[in-house]
Design a protein around this ligand. Structure first.
Ligand code: HEM
Length: 315
């Protein structure tokens, strides 16, 4: 996974990383965002129709996978029952062969507040400049007044799940699927649980700080945790390079396969510290769209990941 050639993208990634550090503080060995998590292992079994959409090799044979579930924010100690821990994260790695893998990175809401990194940086800076009690209109209010997509993201419900296993996840950005005949189609990944279940505010308040991690460790002892990997297909003319724009819900959903998780990854904290997920697939048959968030995120996850690996081991 290389850094992008474009120096401007790398500079913006560094500036965003520094801004995350400013908001959440430095926590060496942990992620700058989605800092608290748990990683499980299992398998992915593609559906028969997956290969019709993409010739990518993970859509034609069963493979081992890791999934890292995470809380939002760069605070590794943020309690699981803090509402700020939503949206939850989901990062999936398909192991293709030794030293070869491809990933899908998503979160539990089907949108993002901004279309590009510069605008996201502006949003974060406006938030920093608008602590409670600031003179109105605050920098944040001024930003939101002209960025309706950010308002929609902030206002969208983000309920706390009963379990990481009862939440649905979205990769949000559009990908180009290319099959063996060279036919190209755009789609967006969704990862759907066997059943969805969320908690009321009263129930959330009664939970403790590690309830999601503890629940998962207990649950997986008894039975596998299963998800379906699904793709929402675009129609011609749908916007594919802007994560703030949703496609109509009548777009077809195609099941790509089944994820079955059976046990926690051993040396969990060390493996989480080591692994660097990549939002760009980098595999024949599946490509990033022209959404500018791809290159930027790939850069920031790599920069942050290198720093995390270089820190003292966390336990
Ligand atoms: C401008 C856009 C974005 C920025 C600047 C950003 C920033 C970050 C950063 C700094 C990290 C920590 C990386 C690390 O240390 O490993 C991270 C991780 C993560 N982000 Fe983003 N992000 C963006 C967009 C998104 C979107 C659109 C999604 C969901 C589709 C998402 C989901 C995640 C998840 C799940 C993780 C944790 C991955 C893991 O478990 O390693 N991010 N992000």
């Amino acid at each position: 996974m290389p850094l992008p050639d474009d120096d401007k993208v790398v500079a913006l990634a560094n500036e965003l990383l520094a801004t995350f550090d400013q908001i959440f503080g430095l926590h060496p060995g942990y992620r700058a965002a989605h800092a608290k998590g748990i990683m499980l292992k299992g398998t992915f079994k593609p559906s028969p129709q997956a290969a019709n959409l993409s010739r990518a090799e993970h859509f034609s044979r069963e493979l081992p996978v890791f999934v890292r579930f995470s809380n939002s924010t760069g605070l590794p100690q943020l309690p699981d029952n803090d509402p700020a821990a939503n949206p939850r994260g989901f990062a999936l790695r398909f192991f293709l062969a030794e030293h070869r893998h491809t990933d899908i990175v998503g979160h539990s809401i089907d949108s993002f507040p901004n279309s590009n990194g510069a605008e996201f940086l502006e949003f974060l800076k406006a938030s920093i400049e608008s602590p409670a009690g600031s003179k109105t209109p605050t920098a944040l209010e001024q930003f939101l007044a002209v960025h309706p997509a950010t308002v929609s993201f902030i206002e969208a419900p983000k309920p706390t799940p009963a379990s990481f296993a009862t939440e649905k996840y979205f990769a949000v950005l559009a990908f180009k699927f290319i099959n063996a005949q060279g036919i190209e189609q755009y789609g967006r990944f969704r990862i759907l649980p066997e059943s969805e279940e969320y908690l009321s505010q009263e129930e959330v308040a009664q939970k403790d700080k590690d309830f999601l991690v503890d629940e998962m460790l207990e649950r997986i002892k008894n039975k596998p945790v299963r998800f379906k990997l699904v793709v929402q297909l675009a129609k011609d003319g749908d916007i594919t390079d802007d994560a703030t724009v949703r496609w109509p819900e009548d777009r077809p959903l195609v099941e790509l396969g089944a994820i079955e998780l059976t046990e926690p990854v051993e040396d969990n904290a060390a493996k989480q510290q080591q692994i660097i997920f990549d939002p760009i697939p980098r595999i024949d048959g599946l490509e990033a769209s022209n959404d500018p968030l791809f290159e930027l995120r790939a850069a920031i996850y790599l920069l942050s990941g290198r720093r995390r690996r270089a820190a003292a081991p966390v336990s």
